[in-house]
Ligand binder design. Structure first.
Ligand SMILES: Cc1cc2nc3c(=O)[nH]c(=O)nc-3n(C[C@H](O)[C@H](O)[C@H](O)COP(=O)(O)OP(=O)(O)OC[C@H]3O[C@@H](n4cnc5c(N)ncnc54)[C@H](O)[C@@H]3O)c2cc1C
Length: 469
């Protein structure tokens, strides 16, 4: 995104990547995972709920390789799309591992060595120098890599990280997932939908723990009802591989338990990815391992690092670790390089979504954060149980929760679990961006019948004016 926008702005641009174009999002993250999730939903809907629709599907078989293959084909199609955009915008693509050796000191430009990419997708320092590139400015967007448990490194066979779980040759009969954030829950949904016995072990006291507490609680109930075995406040102490898979030992309330599974997915988050990225002599300033920029310190960040001429955006500068944040930061960064007065990223209104069924989406402050900040607030909570469109499409499980400040109704946060939540949250993003109030949402006509009407009802709920409740 940054490369294309920079080229549009008239910069001469080269993009160095050690692997396929499109980064994690396109190759191993957002896009292929959504393809798998959609497939799982189709299966779940037809096999487990078909009868409710009067649709008897009979014996259904799943061609697992074709299912996985489709998601891989999509990434290839999109790789090609990025290549096309590069050509169209005259962005030079250099394949190799980038190693920055100097910044721009006002006399000499930044220097980047391009090395042979060694190691596997997420790890590797780079080997021999293939060529050396110089530029007035360098923008780092090297992203993040999955964190591993120190006592049980991923082997790709039994102990997996997300990229392995996305390409298994066969569906396991049982799967333990360690961590219940968005990535853990999305894989939980996919495998559980197809009949894998899924056990989730979460260290914190609720699943999707970054979400509003009410949403987490409902998510816990819904996913348990779908058949997942969920252990919260539980920490994994050991994973021992054996001929059938692995034994996972965890402690909960001082009691030790064991669970057997064919595969174990470690989904405990991601960390900075800067192996072999820069010379120590640069003195690149880091914060908790992530590259430090001015992103969170000033109102209009330039994304400069501590090294002159070197900028950084996306996962490599730290949370929130989301593709849309990385894209917006990249565009903002290069537009500001070009001297544009771009609006930039509003870090207070970043939507986050989990694409399970039901989906989970949120933006702004949770109720606890509002309380902790001592803000007086109003709240509207609308259950989808009585919502026409939700009932029509067989998705009446969920809730929309809106938080707004007193006395003017400034929107502080929105938290949704339910059908199409990831689409609904965009309305609230725009509302926050426009500094709209609850009254603005109330007075906006929402088409009928839509899931969007649930936002309208929740807004009415902040003033005790809900109709369908
Ligand atoms: C399973 C999964 C699902 C996800 N789902 C979502 C989602 O639904 N929505 C969402 O917003 N986010 C999602 N994410 C997160 C999202 O993928 C990241 O936030 C996003 O990709 C970050 O973009 P980035 O440009 O910072 O880095 P990345 O996309 O990680 O790209 C980094 C690129 O840098 C290259 N690179 C690294 N080091 C070097 C080097 N030294 N030299 C040359 N090249 C190098 C890599 O090859 C890679 O292409 C998901 C992540 C995972 C793992």
């Amino acid at each position: 995104m940054g490369a294309v926008r920079a080229a549009q702005l008239g910069f001469k641009v080269a993009c160095i990547d050690r692997d396929k174009l499109g980064g994690v999002c396109l190759n191993w993250g957002c896009i292929p995972s959504k393809a798998l999730l959609h497939g799982a939903e189709i299966y779940d809907e037809a096999v487990n709920h078909g009868k409710e629709w009067g649709i008897n599907v009979g014996d259904v078989t799943v061609d697992w390789r074709a299912f996985i293959g489709r998601s891989r084909k999509i990434t290839e199609q999109l790789n090609g799309g990025v290549g096309f955009l590069f050509k169209k915008n005259c962005v030079e693509h250099i394949q190799g591992h980038a190693h920055i050796t100097s910044g721009n000191n006002g006399v000499t430009p930044c220097t980047v060595e391009v090395r042979t990419p060694t190691g596997e997708y997420y790890n590797g320092n780079g080997g021999d120098v293939i060529e050396t590139v110089t530029a007035d400015r360098v923008l780092i967007a090297t992203g993040a890599k999955p964190r591993e448990l120190p006592f049980a490194p991923c082997d790709g066979k039994t102990i997996l990280q997300s990229s392995h779980a996305m390409t298994l040759e066969e569906r396991p009969e049982s799967l333990v997932i360690i961590g219940s954030g968005a990535i853990g829950m999305e894989f939980a949904y996919v495998y559980n939908a197809f009949g894998t016995k899924v056990t989730i072990i979460e260290m914190l006291d609720r699943i999707v723990p970054l979400e509003d507490e009410d949403i987490s609680k409902l998510a816990g109930r819904v996913f348990k009802k779908q058949g997942m075995d969920i252990h919260t406040s539980a920490s994994v102490n050991a994973i021992e591989a054996n001929e059938n898979g692995a034994t996972v030992t965890f402690t909960k309330n001082d009691n030790e338990s064991k669970v057997e599974a064919q595969k174990v997915l470690v989904a405990i988050g991601v960390g900075p990815r800067c192996d072999g990225l820069f010379d120590d002599s640069l003195g690149m300033e880091l914060h908790r391992g992530y590259i430090k920029t001015d992103a969170k310190d000033v109102e209009e960040p330039t994304y400069r690092t501590s090294v002159s001429g070197v900028y950084a955006i996306g996962d490599i500068i730290g949370p929130p670790l989301l593709a849309h944040v990385a894209s917006e930061e990249a565009v903002t960064c290069v537009e500001r390089m070009a001297g544009h007065n771009t609006f930039g990223v509003d870090y207070k209104s970043i939507p986050g979504c989990t694409y399970t069924n039901p989906q989970i989406a949120s933006i702004g402050m949770t109720e606890q954060q509002v309380k902790d900040a001592g803000i007086e607030y109003i709240k509207g909570e609308y259950s989808l149980k009585a919502h026409g469109k939700a009932i029509a499409v067989g998705a009446a499980e969920g809730v929309v929760k809106l938080l707004a400040s007193k006395p003017y109704g400034e929107i502080l946060g929105a938290h949704i679990i339910g059908h199409d939540a990831s689409e609904l949250i965009a309305e609230i993003g725009l509302a926050i961006r426009l500094e709209a109030t609850i009254e603005d949402i109330v007075s906006t006509m929402h088409p009928h019948p839509t899931m969007a009407e649930s936002i309208h009802e929740a807004a009415l709920g902040t003033e005790n004016r809900m109709i369908h409740n």
